[in-house]
Design a protein around this ligand. Structure first.
Ligand code: GLA
Length: 390
C-alpha cells in the first residue's frame, strides 16, 4: 500500500472519522555540494518521488495527537508541554515526535498559529538513509499547520523554520539544504542553492541521464555526533585561517589557492576536513556551467571526485558505501556515483546514461549483495514537487 493510503487508513482507525486534509513532503538526494551548506557553499539537490504523507484534521481539544504509522506509536503535546519536549502525562516525547513537535515550536516562536491537530503520518523514505526523512516530516507538518492556522509563508521561510526546529529542538546542527529541497523541489528539475544568500534557481535535469538511488541498507543516526563534530572542525579551521585571511566568515571565503598556502597551520584532522569543503565548493562552482551546457560526463567526474574526498578527507563514508560506489563506477553507463547526504551509512546517488539506467540498476544490486551479504534497494528516481497540500 502507498504511504498516503496508509496514513489515511491509520487516521480513520485512530480517530473514527475521515481526515479533512492530506499533506505531502518529499525526501531529497543531493547531486553535488556535500557538507558545504553549513559552510555557506552551493548545493545541488533534487526533491525525490518518495515522501511523507500526513492525514490530518483540526482537533476539538487543546491536545495535538500524532500517530506515527511507521513506528506504530502515538504521542501527544499541548502548547504548554511543547517547550519541555513532554507529553501531557509528563513523559518525554518519543524521538520521532521531536520533528513534528519541533516544527510546532519553531512556528510558535515565529508568531504563526499552530492549532491543535489530530494526525496520522507515514512515509516511504527509509529512515536514516540519507534521503532527508526528517526534513520531509518537518516540512509536511509545516504545510499542515499553515492550512489549519490559515497563514502562508514562502517555502524558503518554512525551510528555515524547519532548520531551526532541527538545530534547537531536535539538537542536530544541520544546514539548510534538506529542508530547502523538501520545501522548494520542482518536478523534473535540479535546484541550485547559494547557502549564503539563500538565492536559488532550478535547471532541467539533463535529458540524457537518469538518477539512480542505491540504498546500502546500512542505517545511520545523524544526531550521533559525527555530523556535529565535522561542523565544529570547519568552524575551527575558519578561526585559524582568519588570522591570515582577516574578514573570512566561512570556508566559502577561502580559495583553493589560499587554502593550499595556509593549511599547514591547521591540525592534521581539521586540515583534511577543511580541504574537503574548500575543494567541494570549487567543484560546485565548476559544475554549474557544465550542467548548463549539458556536459554530463564532466559533471559525473565531479561527483566521483566528491565521493573520494568524502571518503578520504571528510571521513564520512563507510565500507558499504565505498563498495556500492566502486561497483557503480565500474558499470556501463555510469557517469558519476557517490554517497549522498551526511554519510555514515545510507544511500548513494548515481548519474546514469538514460538508455543504460535499467540495466545499471539491475546489475548493481546483485553485485553489492554478493560482495557484502546485504540486501540493497536500488531505484530510478524522478525529481518531484516540493511540500504541499494534496
Ligand atoms: C545532512 C544535513 C544537511 C547537509 C548534509 C550534508 O543531510 O541535514 O544540512 O549538511 O547532511 O551535505
Amino acid at each position: 500500500m502507498n504511504p498516503s493510503d496508509t496514513a489515511i487508513q491509520a487516521f480513520q482507525r485512530r480517530f473514527s472519522e475521515q481526515p479533512r486534509y492530506l499533506a505531502r513532503a518529499p525526501g531529497r538526494v543531493n547531486l553535488l555540494g556535500e557538507h558545504v551548506d553549513y559552510n555557506d557553499g552551493f548545493v545541488m539537490p533534487i526533491a525525490i518521488d518518495r515522501a511523507t504523507y500526513i492525514a490530518f484534521s483540526p482537533a476539538g481539544a487543546d491536545h495535538t495527537t500524532l500517530v506515527a504509522v511507521d513506528f506504530n506509536e502515538t504521542a501527544q503535546f499541548t502548547a504548554e508541554t511543547l517547550p519541555d519536549r513532554k507529553q501531557p502525562d509528563g513523559s518525554p516525547l518519543p524521538e520521532w515526535a521531536l520533528y513534528p513537535a519541533g516544527m510546532a515550536w519553531a512556528l510558535d516562536g515565529a508568531g504563526l498559529s499552530t492549532p491543535a491537530m489530530q494526525a496520522a503520518f507515514a512515509s516511504d523514505i527509509p529512515r536514516g538513509s540519507g534521503l532527508s526523512s526528517s526534513a520531509s516530516i518537518e516540512m509536511a507538518f509545516g504545510v499542515a499547520w499553515s492550512s489549519l492556522g490559515n497563514w502562508s509563508l514562502p517555502p524558503m521561510q518554512l525551510a528555515r523554520l524547519g532548520q531551526k526546529a532541527e538545530n534547537h529542538y531536535v539538537g542536530v546542527n544541520c544546514g539548510i539544504m534538506d529542508q530547502f529541497a523538501c520545501a522548494c523541489g520542482e518536478e523534473g528539475r535540479l535546484l541550485l542553492l547559494d547557502c549564503r544568500s539563500l538565492e536559488y534557481r532550478s535547471l532541467p535535469l539533463p535529458s540524457d541521464t537518469l538518477i539512480v538511488v542505491a540504498d546500502t541498507s546500512v542505517r545511520r543516526k545523524l544526531s550521533s555526533g559525527g555530523y556535529n563534530e565535522r561542523r565544529a572542525a570547519c568552524e575551527q579551521a575558519v578561526r585559524r585561517l582568519a588570522r591570515d585571511l582577516p574578514g573570512i566568515q566561512a570556508l566559502r571565503d577561502v580559495s583553493v589557492e589560499s587554502f593550499n598556502r595556509l593549511s599547514r597551520h591547521l591540525p592534521v584532522l581539521v586540515k583534511k576536513r577543511a580541504r574537503h569543503v574548500v575543494e567541494e565548493i570549487e567543484r560546485t562552482r565548476q559544475a554549474i556551467p557544465l550542467l548548463e551546457q549539458g556536459k554530463t560526463h564532466e559533471f559525473g567526474h565531479l561527483m566521483n571526485a566528491c565521493h573520494t574526498s568524502l571518503r578520504d578527507n571528510y571521513g564520512v563514508s563507510t565500507p558499504e558505501l565505498d563498495t556500492m560506489v566502486e561497483i557503480a563506477q565500474s558499470l556501463p553507463g555510469c557517469l558519476g556515483a557517490r554517497l549522498t547526504g551526511a554519510g555514515f551509512g545510507g544511500c548513494t546517488v548515481n548519474l546514469v546514461a538514460r538508455e543504460q539506467a535499467e540495466a545499471f540498476a539491475r546489475s548493481l544490486g546483485p553485485e553489492y549483495e554478493w560482495r557484502t551479504g546485504l540486501h540493497p534497494e536500488i531505484y530510478i528516481c524522478q525529481a518531484s514537487q516540493g511540500a504541499g497540500l494534496l
